[in-house]
Design a protein around this ligand. Structure first.
Ligand SMILES: Nc1ncnc2c1ncn2[C@@H]1O[C@H](COP(=O)(O)OP(=O)(O)OP(=O)(O)O)[C@@H](O)[C@H]1O
Ligand SMILES: [Mg+2]
Length: 218
């Protein structure tokens, strides 16, 4: 059997005396989409941050593409392949277009190709007419769509989405839901922390629940 794309084992995490994970195990298969649910404060964001190398644990190992590491010594090379989209979209104070272009420039993609890929991603996210707009002038839904487009452009091996539809309603939520659905159908490996019933209902997602310091596969 093929090794999972990502495996975490023996994971321990605490903040002060509050133990969040105690020997938690998780395996994500390539090409699958997962929704991670669980009560407020149970550790969904913390788990995503650990997978993204933004939060260390005292014990436990991570394996990505069968390469082992610890969350305390997170390999820099993984950061290009594992992309985390914050719940509050984190956009730089420049235009939407430049926000999308930045990661490609850092990866050495030539300018002409960069511009073509950015244009395509802006269209995918329905933001073609917002390319010159700075992030503080985008609506919440537009900012979330820009963050999703920027992540998709980087073609990550593993995409981590933290509550992509939180704080959105009506059409803004529906537009983000459509993009999230497209990303999941598109053969990406995606882990979405969410308790949005629409996301939890997506048949294309495998279900994970954080319960009692464990990760339960349903
Ligand atoms: N840097 C930190 N320092 C101390 N405690 C923290 C820190 N980050 C998170 N916590 C605590 O860890 C617990 C889990 O937080 P986390 O944000 O991972 O939960 P969550 O499942 O994402 O919650 P929500 O559904 O509200 O987004 C909470 O009790 C939180 O207060
Ligand atoms: Mg959270």
């Amino acid at each position: 059997m093929r090794a999972p794309l990502l495996r975490m084992s023996g994971l321990h995490k605490r903040f002060g005396t509050r133990v969040l994970f105690d020997g938690a195990e998780l395996a994500l298969e390539a090409g699958h989409g997962y929704v991670l649910s669980g009560a407020n404060g149970c550790g969904k964001t913390t788990l995503l941050r650990m997978i993204a190398g933004l939060e260390a644990s005292l014990h436990g190992t991570l394996e990505f593409r069968a390469q082992p590491a610890t969350t305390a010594r997170y390999p820099e090379a993984w950061r290009r392949e594992i992309v985390y989209v914050h719940q509050q979209p984190y956009l730089f104070h420049t235009t939407t277009e430049k926000n999308l272009e930045y990661g490609l420039a850092r990866r050495g993609v030539p300018p002409v190709e960069r511009q073509a890929r950015v244009r395509e991603a802006l269209e995918w996210a329905g933001l073609a007419d917002r390319s010159d707009v700075p992030p503080h002038k985008l609506s919440g839904g537009e900012a979330q769509r820009a963050a999703l487009a920027r992540a998709k452009l980087l073609n990550p091996a593993l995409l981590l989405l933290d509550e992509p539809t939180a704080n959105l309603d009506g059409n803004a939520r529906k537009q983000v839901l459509d993009l999230v659905t497209a990303l999941c159908i598109d053969d990406h490996t995606v882990l979405i922390a969410s308790h949005d019933p629409e996301i939890m209902r997506l048949a294309i997602l495998d279900r994970l629940t954080l319960a009692e310091r464990r990760i339960v596969v349903e």
